[in-house]
Each structure stands twice: as C-alpha cells, then as structure tokens.
Design a binder for this molecule. Structure first.
Ligand SMILES: [Zn+2]
Length: 130
C-alpha cells in the first residue's frame, strides 16, 4: 500500500524536463514566418551642416562657433588689411585719380572679412583678401 502513496516528484517542478527554460534561446521548432527578415526601420539621418572652418568667404555663412559650440550664421565685419593697402597702393601707382586710392577701404571685397559669432561675438573665422 506504500507504493500507492508515493507522490510523483516531477510534479514539484513547474516545467517538465526538456522544456526550454531560457526564453531567449531560439527553439528549432519555431514557425518559419518568425524567421522572415523584417527590414529594420530606416534610421533618420539628421542633416549635417558641413562646417568648413577654412572656407570662409565674404558673406555670412553657417558655421559652428568655437567658443559657444552653437550652430550660428556668422556676422561679417570688414577690416582693412594688407590686401586693402595693396589695392590702394596699386591704384596710386597706375594713375588713380586723387582719392581713388581710398576706394578699396570702402569696397568690402577689398577688405578682410572677419566672421564673428552673433551670440557671443567671438571671432569664428577670417577671410583675408590676399
Ligand atoms: Zn559663439
């Protein structure tokens, strides 16, 4: 009669032997449609502003401020540099009228362009005439 009282020890385990305990493990009996490759969502590529630190011109342009690290559009200030004096000197040599030698000091394309940050007013870049 003792045999009839013997409980089944396997009933204590919640899972029968052979059941995949790790849910992360792939089971070989998976339906095939689980294995169909789903195209991953296309990552949204942020438009990257190409910063050309050496490519400053005479016009305001987008750049990253080296001081405040912001994407800014530079303010341009014109300063008379060596190229401005050279243009004035050439005008004087080649028969410029009186006062014409000061034209380069009024023409922005004959002056050095100094790009500054509109936020922190730090110099960002410079375009020399020469
Ligand atoms: Zn700045």
């Amino acid at each position: 009669m003792a045999y009839a009282y013997t409980p089944n020890n396997d009933m204590k385990t919640p899972y029968p032997p052979g059941y995949p305990m790790n849910p992360g493990m792939p089971t070989p009996n998976q339906p095939p449609y689980y294995n169909t490759p789903v195209p991953p969502p296309v990552p949204v590529i942020q438009p990257v502003t190409v910063v050309q630190p050496m490519g400053f011109g005479h016009m305001p342009q987008a750049a990253q401020c080296s001081a405040c690290r912001q994407q800014i559009v530079t303010n341009v200030r014109y300063e008379s540099g060596g190229g401005t004096w050279l243009f004035a000197f050439l005008i004087c040599i080649f028969g410029g009228f009186l006062g014409c030698c000061f034209i380069p000091f009024c023409v922005s394309s004959c002056q050095d362009a100094v790009h500054t940050c509109p936020a922190c007013h730090a110099p960002v870049g410079r375009k020399n005439v020469l």
